[in-house]
Design a protein around this ligand. Structure first.
Ligand code: AMP
Length: 213
């Protein structure tokens, strides 16, 4: 299965992409996760990406396209991939089209998880991530036993720097300006499937699976 998972920040892309990747034995490629890992490791790429990420701006197209290109060669991507958070600009979408054409790996579909912006903001502002194992919680919808400690591994729970209110607003603006046109790019070739992103994660997951098969 080769799918793109799209939607505003907070729509649930990461959650759904992980579930789908496990179910369909495909790899989960999150450019946001890859960039955060580069920032943590302090690599030159991480240092370059950090400022843009903290401010909710996009990292340059050539940087993320390079990351995705390299990742697609990993053995765990041999049965397919779930791309999450990429492409985010029309230039990235065109680069991906060319890359997949070269690899003879056409997309099966592009899933748009649709959620009203105010609901997405509510999800983002309560989101907490375990620094140890990466498990995600939500202070209201999926609360940990202790708001500062991971229920799974005991690691510290943190709020992502870019999940603070002012940065969230900026990320939403960037989405409307840069990423919404990517949807039209895929709608025009008949690949786009719009899925209602409201409700429990299992319900959204079932809608996606029904929508892409
Ligand atoms: P995410 O975890 O997908 O919300 O991404 C977090 C941040 O990483 C974004 O706000 C951007 O700064 C950066 N980022 C992730 N994916 C991309 C991409 N495809 N193009 C440019 N910047 C990206």
């Amino acid at each position: 299965m080769r799918l793109l998972i799209m939607g505003t920040p907070g729509a649930g892309k990461g959650t759904q992409a992980k579930l789908l990747a496990t179910q369909f034995n495909a790899c989960h490629i999150s450019t946001g996760d890859m960039l955060r890992e580069a920032v943590r490791s302090g690599s030159p790429l991480g240092r370059e990406a950090r400022r843009a990420m903290d401010e909710g701006r996009l990292v340059p197209d050539d940087v993320v396209v390079g990351l995705v290109e390299e990742r697609l060669d990993s053995p765990d991507c041999a049965q397919g991939f779930l791309l999450d958070g990429f492409p985010r600009t029309v230039a990235q979408a065109r680069a991906l089209d060319a890359l997949l054409a070269r690899r003879k790996e056409p997309l099966d579909g592009v899933v748009l998880i649709a959620l009203p912006p105010e609901r997405a903001v509510e999800r983002l502002s309560g989101r907490r991530v375990c620094e140890g194992c990466g498990t995600m919680f939500h202070l209201r919808f999926d609360p940990p036993a202790d708001p500062n400690q991971c229920t799974r591994c005991g690691g510290p729970l943190l709020q992502r720097d870019d999940d603070r209110e002012e940065t969230i607003r900026h990320r939403m603006d960037v989405y409307a300006r840069e990423t919404a046109p990517v949807l039209e790019h895929y709608r025009a070739v008949g690949l786009l499937r719009e899925i209602d992103g409201a409700g429990e994660r299992e319900d959204v997951y079932r809608r996606i699976v029904a929508g892409v098969q």
